[in-house]
Ligand binder design. Structure first.
Ligand code: FAD
Length: 371
């Protein structure tokens, strides 16, 4: 930090890799009997004799199918207004979309903690130790008026984050230091607050019954409280079509989260003892991403070569096969940016090799731009 900072306050918090949280929840649901349709769009739904008939389109093949349901839950995040309008002709927009952008730069500080800076505009900006060699700086709070799918950092947001970093860290950074950026939309329930950063972060659940079939709309909501929110929705579902069981998620680990004694570090140590060919960073990455499930693909391997071809960053054929078989990965982009952040480490050639190995035509899916 710059020398002018002489006092700070320290506290503990939690962090999560959001895309891995999503995939592990999908995996968990599938293991418990749910049918997961990735890359599938709800095109429309109509009610026939009190039952929803939902039209789905597979984005890859373009093929359409229809499924039936007694009840629908609309958890379409930033698209929830559009889906509600489509399904129940609900007219009033309930959401306010607030863009948050982040930049990734080479590591600015040692250790794996984070800094939370008080910015002169009254907002906080964080800098988090990220993916071993990088610092993640975010986020912005900007009203978003475009389509929910067109989300990217703007120059003023980039300048804002660079300024916040330079005001606090000794090392000055500029646009050339930014190795990656990403943005997301907060689907916030519109409480008509004056500024984007003041809009409520509380969620709202509402039930509609267009033509006599229930539709539960979910607006807003935080990752932090997602299980509580899911149980709240299930209580509503129970009230509408019958209770199927008691809440159970409060203490249930996600797939791979069943570390003996709940001790992550001990698990990493044990993993290295069982698989001495894994270096410390790779063992931590695999344990962090897959937990105990990494043993599925490390299996009986006694040396690195047993895991097959290596693409870079410790990504081997065995891990790729696991991601395809168990985590619905289809493209190199899925693997390098959504199931992991290895896109930060692989060369373009290596990413192209992975794409070819996955049977993709050309490298168009590598749009996020591995260097
Ligand atoms: C910058 C930023 C920072 C945040 N920080 C925090 C934080 O620190 N702590 C915290 O708890 N939360 C945080 N959040 C909030 C959190 O990320 C969101 O609340 C959470 O991702 C919402 O999840 P969701 O599943 O409801 O929506 P989403 O993750 O947006 O998922 C909605 C899904 O619906 C799909 N969909 C839409 N339309 C259709 C259709 N017609 N057919 C099929 N699928 C469809 C979309 O493809 C998408 O996959 C942050 C959000 C942002 C943007």
């Amino acid at each position: 930090l710059r020398e002018i900072f002489v006092k700070a306050f320290e506290y503990s918090d939690c962090r999560v890799d959001d895309s891995r949280l999503v995939i592990l929840n999908a995996r968990d649901a599938a293991d418990r009997g749910a049918a997961i349709f990735t890359r599938t769009e709800v095109l429309s739904a109509r009610v026939e004799m009190g039952v929803w008939r939902i039209r789905l389109r597979d984005a890859a093949s373009g093929g359409e199918t229809e499924v039936s349901a007694r009840l629908l839950v609309n958890a379409a995040g930033p698209w929830a207004d559009a889906v509600s309008r489509q399904l129940a002709s609900a007219q009033n927009p309930r959401l306010r979309l607030v863009r948050g952008s982040h930049i990734v730069v080479p590591k600015l500080f040692e250790g794996d903690g984070a800094y939370l800076f008080q910015n002169p505009d009254g907002r906080v900006v964080f800098a988090i130790a990220w993916q071993e060699d990088f610092t993640l700086i975010g986020a912005t709070d900007v009203e978003h008026s475009g389509a929910p799918d067109a989300v990217a950092i703007t120059q003023p947001e980039m300048d804002y984050l660079l300024r916040a970093s330079n005001a606090h860290f000794r090392r000055n950074i500029g646009p050339a230091d930014v190795v990656w950026s990403f943005s997301g939309l907060r689907p916030l329930f519109d409480d008509h607050a004056a500024t984007a950063s003041r809009v409520t972060r509380e969620h709202v659940v509402e039930t509609l019954e267009p033509d006599g079939a229930p539709l539960i709309n979910l607006f807003g909501g935080k990752i932090t409280a997602y299980r509580r929110l899911a149980e709240e929705v299930l209580r509503r579902v129970g009230g509408l079509i019958g209770v199927r069981g008691a809440p159970w998620t409060a203490r249930a680990p996600l797939p791979g989260g069943n570390f003996p004694g709940g001790d992550f570090n001990a698990f990493v140590q044990d993993l290295r003892a069982r698989k001495p060919f894994l270096d410390a960073a790779l063992a931590r990455r695999l344990a962090g991403a897959y937990g105990t499930q990494c043993l599925h693909f490390l299996g009986a391997a006694r040396e690195s070569s047993d895991l097959g071809e290596e693409f870079g960053g410790g990504l081997t054929r065995a891990e790729v096969d696991y991601l395809v078989a168990r985590e619905w990965a289809r493209t190199a982009e899925d693997i390098l940016w959504r199931r992991s952040k290895l896109g930060l480490r692989l060369s373009r050639e290596a990413a192209e090799k992975l794409a070819a190995c996955l049977g993709e035509r050309g490298a168009t899916a590598l749009k996020e731009g591995a260097q």
